[in-house]
Ligand binder design. Structure first.
Ligand SMILES: Nc1nc2c(ncn2[C@@H]2O[C@H](COP(=O)(O)OP(=O)(O)OP(=O)(O)O)[C@@H](O)[C@H]2O)c(=O)[nH]1
Ligand SMILES: [Mg+2]
Length: 483
């Protein structure tokens, strides 16, 4: 391989000069194309709804997921920087800001503290708490968002000290999911995740309930408030079991469809990756699907499956699904198990990476961690480094150098997409049974199936039928043998 070319096996290389040239052109086209997206009705609906559903500190009816109050929030972000460089810490807080904005909040201020580990009582050190309180007063903020998952006690103590609502990163992500869930399945999954987040925290919220009902917890903690918490807890548990059952039932029809595809040897390619990397844009570019594309985190929650055809006529599917993030709340991974199966049960993963992100390697690591967690660690992976039109060429080159099967693309301009498609097609599982048969003309369905899922070696029309020599999947081979 020459010095200026990077790329993977089979001669699919990238010429850096061309890339830089196309880069400049793409940036020029960039603004023009941006306006197309506003045609999307979904997007308009969503922008009209740019208000935040804050997790209300006062649980009205815990059996109903609508316990959150709708209000526009002004937030102060707080991070604890325990390891890595200061750039890592900044990136983390920038991501928290993007999450907060996606949830509809306005970020007023952001504070970060370096310490070995978060303070067990207040997350940030007590000295910093005063500073946070000052920032809250100075900016008129009504919420503090902490960059981590806080214990119920930490949330409560911090809330008392800063005197406004305190929310952690997990609650924020759950909130975005709640706002973006559209399908019945998606809504049920989010609700389940929210409840499993709420359950251990009930005591914290329960305090205000016990105050409401005039109780103080009483001796031995069995005041009226405590009783209410116990009823709440039971109701939440009941609701969670019901949701789990419902999700299981809803999953059945997708399982049937997936098994059908598998039986027919239709390979599935999962488009996975960090949130906002451009997965939906890539699906749209590859299949002409009309999936919502938005510069927001977790725009997509429901999987979209689209059929397509390889250059040699084989049918396969692409599926676009929910994006990943660093420290994806485990409640979400758990609740979205059935959705995430679209990735863990696929034949090939196209891992989309945002090449214009300041630290794409960190995103790659986070995505692989989730893929491993859901049992997809062994699946063949192709990296699609997206947004090549706005990415720094040196970042692209570095990624292409370190990743063995990586391609620079732009879902927006189409750059590199044909090369990526070639790589995908050559990585699709190959039909492995050789057939050499004459199929009667009355079984045209089998001939088309061989064309759609197999690889034709030769084909000839004889008076008694179509003589086909081909490689096909086991199930189809059996059907043909039984003729
Ligand atoms: N410049 C540039 N922007 C892109 C490209 N691909 C996607 N985008 C933009 O990146 C943002 C996110 O794109 P999506 O396709 O919604 O990303 P996603 O990975 O599906 O995101 P989630 O569903 O939210 O996880 C949108 O604003 C897109 O217009 C690209 O190749 N170049
Ligand atoms: Mg998407």
């Amino acid at each position: 391989m020459s010095e200026s070319k990077f790329g993977s096996d089979d001669g699919l290389e990238i010429d850096i000069d061309t890339l830089i040239r196309e880069n400049a052109q793409a940036v020029a086209d960039y603004e023009l194309q941006d306006s197309d997206e506003s045609n999307n009705q979904d997007l308009q609906d969503r922008q009209a709804l740019r208000r935040v559903n804050g997790l209300s500190t006062e649980l009205q009816d815990v059996s109903d997921a609508e316990y959150r109050q709708l209000r526009l929030e002004k937030v102060v972000l707080v991070g604890v920087w325990t390891e890595g460089t200061s750039k890592d810490a900044d990136n983390s807080l920038k991501e928290l800001a993007a999450l907060a904005e996606t949830a509809g909040s306005q970020v007023m201020d952001a504070l970060i503290q370096r310490r070995d580990k978060p303070d067990p009582a207040t997350f940030i050190g007590s000295g910093k708490v005063t500073e946070v309180r000052q920032a809250v007063v100075a900016t008129g903020a009504d919420t503090v968002i902490c960059d981590g998952e806080l214990s119920p006690a930490q949330l409560r103590t911090l809330e008392q000290k800063v005197k406004v609502k305190v929310v952690d990163r997990t609650a924020l992500i759950l909130d975005i999911f709640a706002q973006h869930a559209k399908s019945r399945e998606g809504k049920a999954q989010v609700e389940l995740a929210q409840m499993s987040y709420m359950l251990p925290r009930l005591r914290g919220w329960g305090e205000s309930l016990s105050r409401q009902s005039g109780g103080t917890g009483g001796i031995g903690g069995r005041g009226p408030g405590e009783t209410k918490i116990e009823t709440d807890r039971r109701r939440i548990n009941d609701k969670m079991s019901k949701l789990r059952r419902e999700i299981k039932e809803m999953k059945i029809s997708r399982d049937i469809k997936r098994n059908e595809r598998r039986k027919n040897n239709i390979p599935s390619v999962a488009i996975a990756g960090y949130t906002n990397a451009g997965k939906s844009s890539l699906l749209n570019r590859l299949t002409g699907a009309d999936v919502l594309v938005e510069n927001a985190l977790f725009a997509t929650l429901d999987p979209t499956v689209r059929k397509t055809q390889s250059h040699d006529g084989r049918v396969y599917t692409f599926v676009d699904t929910v994006g990943f993030v660093r420290h994806l709340p485990h409640q979400l991974v758990e609740a979205f198990k059935s959705t995430l199966e679209e990735v863990s049960q696929s034949d090939l993963i196209v891992h989309v990476v945002d090449g214009s992100h300041p630290d794409p390697m960190e995103q790659i690591r986070a995505v692989r961690q989730v893929i491993n967690e859901i049992g997809g660690g062994e699946i063949l992976e192709i990296i699609a480094i997206n947004k090549a039109d706005i990415a720094a060429p040196e970042v692209l080159m570095e990624l292409l150098r370190t990743e063995s099967s990586a391609y620079a693309i732009s879902a927006r301009t189409g750059y590199g997409v044909p090369t990526l498609v070639k790589a995908i097609e050559s990585a699709l599982p190959k039909p492995n049974v050789e057939i050499n048969a004459v199929i009667p003309f009355s079984r045209g369905d089998l001939v088309s199936a061989v064309h759609e899922t197999g690889e034709i070696i030769s084909e000839e029309y004889l008076p008694e039928g179509t003589k086909i020599h081909a490689m096909v999947g086991g199930a189809l081979a059996r059907k043909i043998e039984l003729l």
